[in-house]
Design a protein around this ligand. Structure first.
Ligand SMILES: *Cc1c(COP(=O)(O)O)cnc(C)c1O
Length: 220
């Protein structure tokens, strides 16, 4: 199946309130362009450099979301390129994003990345620390928290991801009810190719799909 057919198929089956992010790591600007022409409105990039190259070809017909791990020395470039940063996972990076945004007069919508599986090798805030972390972001005038993102442990069986999506949704609802300053719980980004259907059942309103759109990745 072509990228176009894949995108059409996914868009057809997703509920209309669920936003589709095309996770584009390792894909060429031409492949991303094809996805954009097929109706993808958001592209997720893990690497600032790849995004920069793709942006030159595809432009702003799509929104650009950062979904990788942001290093501090890339924040300056990232805040110019991206419309949303989905992976804020430390005060250090939040502070740097805030600083770089202040320099260019931008307020960056961000998601807090939750390490819902409490996996040592993964990035993200542990569920039990999220509320305190979210509160501490309130002091940054140039970032605005719009929701949560999680990966969850990868096991191959999407059912195994369900409890982690449920836990993340619980945090989402709890934070939503707190009405913290500059924190708005609008976006819950969870689910990838093998788990997005379960994620939507558990309350995701944004899914990040790579393989099912672009095919199997040959390298990471
Ligand atoms: C690669 C990636 C995805 C998409 O993964 P697929 O299994 O190819 O759909 C989603 N989210 C993040 C953060 C990724 O790095």
């Amino acid at each position: 199946m072509s990228i176009k057919e894949n995108v059409n198929q996914i868009l057809k089956e997703l509920p209309s309130y669920v936003q589709l992010v095309g996770a584009a790591k390792t894909r060429t600007p031409q492949e991303i362009q094809e996805a954009a022409r097929a109706g993808i409105k958001i592209i997720g990039e893990n690497y600032v450099q790849e995004a920069e190259e793709a942006l030159q070809v595809v432009g702003h017909r799509v929104k650009w979301h950062f979904i990788g791990h942001l290093q501090r020395n890339k924040a300056k470039k990232a805040v110019r390129i991206f419309d949303v940063i989905e992976t804020v996972d430390s005060l250090k990076i939040a502070k740097e994003i805030n600083k770089q945004c202040a320099r260019i007069g931008k307020v960056m919508p961000v998601l807090i990345e939750i390490n819902s599986g409490r996996e040592e090798q993964k990035y993200g805030i542990y569920p039990e620390d999220t509320e305190e972390f979210a509160s501490s972001l309130g002091k940054f005038n140039n970032i605005h928290v719009h929701g949560l993102m999680t990966m969850g442990p990868f096991t191959g069986n999407p059912e195994n991801a369900r409890p982690y999506f449920q836990e993340t949704k619980k945090i989402f609802d709890k934070l939503n009810s707190k009405n913290l300053p500059r924190i708005e719980m609008k976006i819950l980004s969870m689910g990838m190719t093998n788990s997005y259907k379960v994620a939507v059942q558990e309350g995701a309103n944004m899914v990040r799909i790579g393989t099912k759109i672009f095919g199997i990745r040959e390298y990471e």
